[in-house]
Ligand binder design. Structure first.
Ligand code: ADP
Length: 326
């Protein structure tokens, strides 16, 4: 649905040149929610601006649906943009217009007639849970309600793609969860493909099917979230389950990731009983990812090589993902 292929985008020139996007490729399947995470300056905003053609890449190509955005201009490009809705961190609502009028704005741009605009605005406001606020002004709304208006406005013209630029970064944790759940629901109900950029790991945990980790204009890793969690040295895995620095120890250290298996399995007692290993727990984190309990535990396994290797093989045979750290 969205395909970014080998995109390069630089700003400035000479010694002060910055490669905001340095050979970036990614692909978002129809109906998928794809998160791009990274620190400030990683290139996330440039990526999103490139996807909706607010920026032209120096090289590479961007396609949304069947359209190659990088080849379009004028009217074709404007039409292609109607298929892309966008929501923003600071909502970008017009303060002098009512909620309904803000939502109607995107339909005015597409030339939709007045009565159709009005009925569509009411329909989409109901979908985001704001039917009672049509005549309110943005200043009368909470942050969460403002973002619901932003979502309604983005979706009024029935785009197939929603781009989200840090849409929950200005919201408190509870409101963030509600907005993320709304996005997931809308994605499911409307078959929307969603690409979001964020620096918040909670966003990835709650709604992303796939994710890419960006730094300094490059994608360092990408894939399905559950697959990344069971990939050795995954940056996303480490960010979702921060277990701190490795302490000094002469023993072997492993990290066990539990996905889709009961997290209350007595792994440690089993290691002690079956392998005679006096297990030390160096860290543990449990998170709900996509509504499933997922955990990572860092264990210290004292003992000779053979015993430890046998224990690791045993854990793996139980379907656990075991990464040998040292
Ligand atoms: P992020 O969204 O991850 O914070 P950006 O895409 O905004 O990252 O920025 C990536 C890099 O590109 C940064 O070093 C930033 O300073 C630079 N940059 C972004 N936009 C511009 C611009 N319009 N002019 C010059 N430099 C820019």
């Amino acid at each position: 649905m969205i395909s970014v292929s080998r995109v390069v985008k630089s700003y400035g020139s000479g010694a002060s040149q910055v490669r905001a996007l340095d050979d970036v490729s990614l692909s978002v399947a129809p109906g998928e929610i794809y998160g791009v995470v990274g620190q400030s300056g990683a290139g996330k905003s440039t990526l999103i601006r490139t996807i909706n053609s607010l920026e032209t890449p120096d090289s590479g190509s961007v396609s949304v649906g069947s359209r190659e955005m990088t080849k379009l201009g004028g009217r074709e490009l404007r039409e292609a943009r109607h298929d892309i809705g966008m929501i923003f961190q600071h909502f970008n609502l017009l303060t002098g217009r009512t909620v309904r009028s803000n939502v109607e704005l995107s339909l005015e741009i597409t030339g939709t007639g007045r009565s159709r605009r009005r009925s569509r605005a009411m329909e989409i406001l109901e979908l985001v849970g704001l039917q009672g606020k049509a005549d309110a002004y943005p200043a009368q709304l909470s942050g969460g309600q403002k973002q619901r208006v932003g979502i309604a406005r983005a979706l009024a013209s029935s785009p197939s793609v929603l781009l989200s630029d840090e849409a929950t970064s200005a919201l408190d944790p509870e409101t963030t969860r509600q907005i993320l759940d709304l996005i997931r629901q809308l994605s499911k109900d409307l078959g929307l493909t969603v690409l979001l950029i964020t620096h918040e790991m909670d966003v990835v945990k709650r709604i992303c099917d796939s994710a890419a980790v960006m730094s300094q204009g490059r994608i360092l890793e990408q894939g399905r979230v559950e697959e990344l969690l069971t990939t050795d040295r995954s940056l996303l895995g480490q960010a979702l389950f921060p277990l701190g620095d490795l302490p000094e120890t002469s023993s072997s250290v492993v990290e066990i990731t539990f996905t889709g298996v009961p997290t209350d399995r007595p792994v440690i007692a089993h290691l002690a009983r079956e392998h005679g290993i006096d297990v030390g727990i160096l860290g543990a984190a449990v998170e709900t990812i996509h509504g499933r309990q997922t955990g990572r535990t860092r264990l210290e396994l004292p003992g000779d090589r053979g015993t430890v290797a046998g224990a690791i093989a045993d854990l793996r045979s139980q379907g656990l993902y075991v990464e040998v750290i040292k």
